[in-house]
Design a binder for this molecule. Sequence first.
Ligand code: EPU
Length: 416
Amino acid sequence: MSSYLIAGRTPLEGEVRISGAKNSALKIMAAALMVPGKVTLTRVPRITDVTLMAEVLTRLGAHVESDGDRLTIDASGELSDETPYDLVTRMRASIQVLGPLLARLGRARVAMPGGDAIGSRPIDLHLGGLERMGAKFTSEHGFVEGVADRLHGTRVLLDFPSVGATENLLMAAVTAEGTTSIENAAREPEIQDLAVFLNRCGAKVAGAGTPSITIVGVPELHPGSHEIIPDRIEAGTYAIGAAATRGDVTLTDMRPDHVELLQLKLEESGAEVTRGDDELRVAMSGRPRPLDLVTLPYPGFATDLQPLMMVLLGQAEGSSILTENVFEARFLFVDELNRMGCQIRVEGHHAVIRGIEHLSGAPVRAPDIRAGAALVIGGLCAQGETEVFDIEHIARGYEDFDAKLAGLGAALTVRQ
Ligand code: EPU
């Protein structure tokens, strides 16, 4: 594993172009398995998770080619129904091939994803919904195996608006017989993007982006092309990075309407936020004001930005309370921030953050994508030098992270 060496007290300043959304690209790649022909995707981020998903599709029998940010996927040949353990453990989003495989082949065998650094991540809602559509599942030797002669439309009411379950059900319903409705569906922009892509390929999906999605089954999808939406979490990372380092950053080619609550929270903390049609400028001069923040499914405050906000609030003039409602173990990296001098106490799913004047550079370890990015931003704020280990996690989700930060004035070097 390699590390970043980061010189502290460097405000981020300048312009950064936002890449395509990881969590949209991965699902749309999985959906391409349902298309018996060539799909062309553009603005696909060059990140490790996309490479892994391309490997999943290739092992399933699709032909995948990439050229810069353009990816073509041709799943017209014979497909296998099995997604191996080594890939699912390396990337949990591999589970998103379950719905498309059931729809296309009538069977799927996918390794059960285990927990990961952000908590236990069951797939009961995915399986329960697919069962209502006629699939039968057995689980043996660490694999879940599903069969369905032909999925049929039904009404599924989710216990919780799970992003992954909504997407798996949405994909499976596209070629099912009859009409499916998903209630209490997740409303994330990436789900809307998936629906836009599927509709371009002949699907009939309405209501994506609302809690009630209706899908009228069609016999078959046809080839299509699609540009992935900008990554709101990457945008949020640089926006919070600007505020935390007391810098001035303009995010370009992005969707300000996908990060509205973040804009409000940054303003509440004392940042100056200027919104354009497809850009956002965030500037901060003094110490942030403390905030109370609660993570919730979209349009609530994104759990993926919670670790970044912890770095900002860690330097606030006063105490903040941050409540994590989506992933139980997402506070585990707090110990790393406390190594950098932060005063954060975790009680259940609440964190009490007593702001300090300066973080102090230290060696720390990135446990996952978002906490990794947060520790790097923490290093840029800190007095002295910080070394962030295990940065491979960061490359899973951020395109050109070090180059983009260097373009904003950060002094960081990679150590192999
Ligand atoms: N859950 C269940 N049962 C299920 C499915 C989910 O209990 O069948 C629980 C999970 O354990 C979790 C909560 O519901 O506590 C939310 O899970 P959800 O299904 O909404 O999340 P996900 O699909 O596993 C996606 C993103 C995450 C992001 C979350 C929440 C992808 C590949 N991942 O995960 O992104 O944090 O939605 O917005 O889209 C990241 O990009 O770093 C990342 C972790």
